[in-house]
Every structure is written in structure tokens, then in C-alpha cells.
Design a protein. Structure first.
Length: 172
């Protein structure tokens, strides 16, 4: 017998098994696994293990991005979504939930918040303060810095008089 037909038959039979990726043997997240000493598929990560994004996340949280118009616009968008329900669109603490009985947050034009360092505002968004919910798990660091930039713009807008405001074309 020639080897070519035999090889073709063996290869043909090998291709008959289900090679679908959806039917591969695997362990469920909380299922048993005899491979591990404790018999569980859920294992604690080794000491010092970090997620793939942890380094970039830490770098983004450590340094604020350069301020430009795009960052300010993005900060306004994020502020309107996450902050305005309590702080109001003008940052004065008169948001929709406050009008419905929720405790009033401080105005961004208060002396304490005007003097607060940008890092303090960033950390407050990250960790919350008082009854404020911590948004660290919901708002990425770059977006938090954008919000801080917009808060600073809100604060500056409250201290400018009409006479000091630039003309509509952007020229004084």
C-alpha cells in the first residue's frame, strides 16, 4: 500500500473532530480544577502582579496633561455627565439632586476650593469626600484631569467682570 492514501485517510479522520474555539476544554471561573493544590480554578494572583493597564493608569494619574481647548471641552463634557447632577452646570452646588433634597455640595467659587491644589480636586473626584461618591473606578485619570481643568475654568469665570471679558471675536 502506498503511503500517500494512508496519510490522506489519517488527515481526513483527524479533521472530523470539532475544532471550534467555543468548545475547547476550559475551567469555569469558580469551578473545580484538579491541577491546583487547593482544587479550585479561581487562584489568587502572585505577589506583585499588576494588570496590563496599571502602569499607564498610574502614569496618567500622576501627571496632568497640558491644558488646551480640546482638554477644556472634554472636561466640560465629562463635568456635565458626572458632576452637574450635584454641583450644577455652573459649579455653584445647585444641581438637580440638590433641588430634590440631597445635601448641597460646596460651591467651586468658595475660598477653600479656589485655593485648593489641582491634585486635591483630582483626589476628591477619585476617592470622594463626605457624601460624594468616589469616581476613581468610573472615570479614567485623563478624564478626571480634564474635569479639574474645567473646574478651574468655572472658577476663573466667576472672578472675571464683564469689562475684563474678551470681545466676542476673542480679541480684547
Amino acid at each position: 500500500m502506498r503511503p500517500a492514501p494512508l496519510i490522506a485517510v489519517v488527515l481526513g479522520l483527524a479533521g472530523c473532530s470539532d475544532q471550534s474555539m467555543t468548545k475547547q476544554p476550559r475551567y469555569g471561573p469558580n469551578g473545580p480544577a484538579r491541577v491546583f493544590a487547593n482544587g479550585s480554578a479561581a487562584q489568587t494572583p502572585p505577589a506583585g502582579a499588576m494588570s496590563q493597564e496599571a502602569e499607564a493608569y498610574a502614569r496618567d494619574a500622576a501627571t496632568p496633561p497640558p491644558v488646551d481647548l480640546a482638554l477644556l471641552r472634554h472636561g466640560r463634557e465629562r463635568f456635565d455627565i458626572f458632576c452637574s447632577p450635584c454641583h450644577g452646570f455652573d459649579g455653584q452646588g445647585n444641581g438637580a439632586v440638590v433641588r430634590r433634597g440631597f445635601p448641597r455640595p460646596p460651591s467651586y467659587s468658595s475660598p477653600a476650593l479656589m485655593a485648593a491644589a489641582p491634585r486635591k480636586l483630582f483626589d476628591t473626584i477619585t476617592n470622594g469626600y463626605g457624601v460624594m461618591y468616589p469616581y476613581g473606578s468610573r472615570i479614567p485619570p485623563k478624564d478626571r484631569w480634564a474635569i479639574v481643568t474645567y473646574i478651574r475654568a468655572l472658577q476663573q469665570s466667576r472672578s472675571v467682570t464683564i469689562a475684563q471679558a474678551p470681545a466676542p471675536g476673542g480679541r480684547p
